[in-house]
Design a binder for this molecule. Structure first.
Ligand code: ARG
Length: 459
C-alpha cells in the first residue's frame, strides 16, 4: 500500500514500482530512520502536538522494529517504496492510530535528508580510525626504516638519495590531510534538516533545536528549502574519498613497481598476494592492483553526485534519490580497500640491500658532488657543469663517482680533493639532509613520532 492513497485510484504499475523504489539501497539506513523518528516523536510530545501516550506507543513500537530487524526476525519488504515507508507502515500495523500520528509536521523530504546525514556521519566515524591506523602503520614502518637508503625519483629516473621511511611518511602526510578533509566535511554536514518539512517548514509549533540536540547535531539548517535539497555534504565526502583513493592508488602503483623483479624493493606477504593459474613462479600484487583499479569507482561516484545535483531546481526532486547508491558505494569501496591495504603494508618485507644497491647506481649523489665544489667556492652553475662532465665520463667508461680516481676529478676541476669521496657517500648525503621536511634519518624519526604522538593525544 502506498502512502499517497486518497488522491489515486489505481496501484502503481509493478515494474514502475521497482524503478521508483529505493528500498534495495536505503534499507541500510533503517537504524538512523528509527533514531530520527524517535527524536521527532519525543519532540512532538514535548510540544503537546501528540499525547505522551501516543509517544510512548511510538517509541516502544519503533524500538521493537529496531530489535527485530537487528535480530533478523523482521524482514524488510523488498516491495516497499523506501525504508521510511516500510518503517512507518510496519509501526502503524502494530500500534494503529498512534503510528499514523508520527509523520505529523514531517515530510519524507526532511526525513531522508536527516537519515542520510546521520548515516554518513557514522560512515565517517567508521572510516577515520581506519585511516588513522594506516597512518600509524606508516609511522611505525618509517621509524623502522628511517636510515634505509633508497633512490628518490623524479620522472621515474633516479634523482637523489632519500630513506625509505621518508617515502612512507610522504603518504602519511597525504592520509593526514584526508583525515582532516573528512572531519571537516563532517563538521559542515552536522546540521539538522528535520523540521524543514516538505520544503516550507511547518505551521506546528515544533522545537527544531530540541531534535537537533537529541540527535547530536551542532545546529539546525536555517533555510527549509536548503534543508531538504542540500546534498553538498555528499559531494564533499565523495571528493574527500576520491582523494583517499588517489593516494591509495599512487601508493599501490609504487607497491606494484617495488614488487617487480626490476625493482625488488619489497616483497608482499603471501597472505596478501596471489599466484597465477599457469605460471608457477608468479606472485602477483593483486590487492594493490585492485585498489588502484577501484579508484575509478569512487571518482565515478563523485561525478554521479555532481551531475545529479547540477541542474535540479529547489527544493526536493526525486533525482536526489540517486545520491545514496553513489555515496554508499564510495564509502564501501574505500573501506574495503583499506581493510586489505593496511595489513598488506604492515606485513610487507623491505629488501634494504636492493634499495641500497639501486641507490648506488644512477649517480644520485651528483648534486652532492656539485655541492662539494660549491663548498670550495665555485658558483653552483659551474659546479653543476663540472659534475655533469664527470657523470658523462663515468657513463662512457663504466665507472661511478665513488670509484672514479682523483686524477680524473682533477682533470675536470682542480678544486676537487679526497674530501669529495666522503661528501658523496650516500649515508652522509641523507644524514646531511636535515633542513625541515628533508629526509635525514633524524628528521624522519622525529616526524614519525610527532604524527603518532598527535594521534594518541587526540584520543
Ligand atoms: N526515497 C526517497 C529518496 O531517497 C525519499 C524521499 C521521497 N520524497 C518524495 N517526495 N518522493 O530521496
Amino acid at each position: 500500500m502506498k502512502l499517497w492513497t486518497g488522491r489515486f485510484s489505481k496501484e502503481i504499475d509493478k515494474k514502475t514500482n521497482d524503478f521508483n523504489s529505493s528500498i534495495k539501497f536505503d534499507q541500510r539506513m533503517y537504524k538512523e530512520d528509527i533514531t530520527g523518528s524517535m527524536a521527532h516523536a519525543t519532540m512532538l510530545a514535548a510540544k503537546g502536538i501528540i499525547s505522551d501516550d501516543d509517544k510512548d506507543k511510538i517509541l516502544d513500537g519503533l524500538q521493537g522494529i529496531l530489535d527485530e530487524i537487528e535480530a533478523g526476525k523482521l524482514e524488510i519488504d523488498p516491495e516497499a517504496e523506501d525504508i521510511h515507508t516500510f518503517i512507518e507502515q510496519t509501526l502503524t500495523e502494530r500500534i494503529g492510530d498512534a503510528g499514523k500520528r508520527l509523520h505529523t509536521s514531517r515530510s519524507r523530504n526532511d526525513q531522508v535528508a536527516l537519515d542520510i546525514r546521520l548515516t554518513l556521519r557514522n560512515e565517517v566515524d567508521e572510516l577515520l580510525p581506519m585511516l588513522e591506523e594506516l597512518v600509524q602503520v606508516l609511522c611505525k614502518k618509517a621509524e623502522e626504516y628511517s636510515d634505509t637508503v633508497m633512490p628518490g625519483y623524479t620522472h621515474m629516473q633516479r634523482a637523489q638519495p632519500i630513506v625509505f621511511g621518508h617515502h612512507l611518511l610522504a603518504y602519511a602526510e597525504m592520509f593526514l590531510r584526508d583525515i582532516d578533509r573528512l572531519s571537516d566535511a563532517k563538521r559542515r554536514m552536522n546540521y539538522c534538516p528535520l523540521g524543514s518539512g516538505a520544503l516550507a517548514g511547518t505551521t506546528y509549533d515544533i522545537d527544531r533545536e530540541m531534535t537537533a540536540k537529541a540527535l547530536g547535531f551542532d545546529g539546525v539548517c536555517m533555510n527549509s528549502l536548503d534543508g531538504v535539497s542540500d546534498r553538498d555534504f555528499c559531494i564533499e565526502l565523495a571528493n574527500a574519498l576520491s582523494l583517499v583513493m588517489v593516494h591509495l592508488s599512487r601508493f599501490s602503483e609504487e607497491i606494484i613497481l617495488w614488487c617487480s623483479w626490476e625493482f625488488k624493493f619489497i616483497e608482499l606477504d603471501d597472505a596478501f598476494s596471489t599466484g597465477s593459474s599457469i605460471m608457477p613462479q608468479k606472485k602477483n600484487p593483486d590487492i594493490a592492483e585492485l585498489v588502484r583499479g577501484k579508484s575509478g569507482r569512487v571518482f565515478g561516484d563523485l561525478m554521479t553526485l555532481l551531475t545529479v545535483m547540477k541542474g535540479i531546481p529547489l527544493a526536493y526532486n526525486k533525482d536526489m534519490q540517486e545520491d545514496k547508491e553513489a555515496i554508499f558505494d564510495a564509502f564501501d569501496t574505500v573501506r574495503m580497500c583499506l581493510t586489505a591495504f593496511i595489513p598488506m603494508i604492515d606485513t610487507m618485507t623491505v629488501l634494504k640491500e636492493n634499495m641500497r644497491n639501486a641507490a648506488a647506481k644512477g649517480f644520485i649523489n651528483a648534486t652532492d658532488c656539485a655541492d662539494f665544489l660549491v663548498s670550495k667556492g665555485l658558483p653552483f652553475r659551474d659546479a653543476y657543469k663540472a659534475t655533469g662532465e664527470l657523470v658523462a665520463f663515468c657513463i662512457k667508461t663504466n665507472q661511478t663517482l665513488e670509484t672514479l680516481p682523483m686524477e680524473e676529478y682533477k682533470k675536470v676541476c682542480d678544486l676537487f680533493d679526497d674530501g669529495v669521496y666522503e661528501a658523496i657517500n650516500l649515508e652522509k648525503c641523507v644524514n646531511d639532509r636535515t633542513c625541515l621536511g628533508a629526509p635525514s634519518p633524524k628528521n624522519v624519526e622525529k616526524r614519525a613520532k610527532e604524527i603518532a604522538g598527535n594521534f594518541s593525544r587526540n584520543k
